[in-house]
Design a protein. Structure first.
Length: 116
């Protein structure tokens, strides 16, 4: 007998998202700005921690390792902050676009009612 194959359940374990959902990752400026913030955060963390370790008298190898750890921490911190900031900005842009559309629809309805 041949083994029967089970039909795969679509999106098992994944949340389904509407095609009209607001997403930070789909925003054209947000994804670029978040990548840039992560890069600057990583570099700033690396340089700052390595310099402070060097000034404190750590060996060069220890300063480099601490700098790498500081770079990772700066990268993660900048990523979290940038996503939170852009989440609020994307929602604000969506609300502004919805308000502008609502005003245009109301103006069109008022013009249509006034001309009839």
């Amino acid at each position: 007998m041949a083994k029967e194959k089970k039909a795969k359940e679509p999106n098992k374990g994944k949340a389904t998202v509407s095609a009209h959902a607001i997403s930070v990752s789909a925003h054209p400026r947000a994804s670029y700005a978040i990548r840039r913030a992560k890069g600057f955060g990583g570099l700033a963390g690396l340089v700052l921690v390595a310099w402070l370790s060097w000034q404190a008298g750590a060996l060069p190898v220890d300063a480099a390792i601490r700098g790498l750890v500081g770079g990772i921490a700066g990268y993660v911190a900048a990523w979290i902050i940038a996503v939170q900031v852009w989440r609020h900005l994307v929602i604000a842009e969506a609300r502004a676009a919805a308000d502008k559309l609502r005003e245009r629809l109301e103006a069109a309805a008022a013009a249509r009612d006034g001309s009839v």
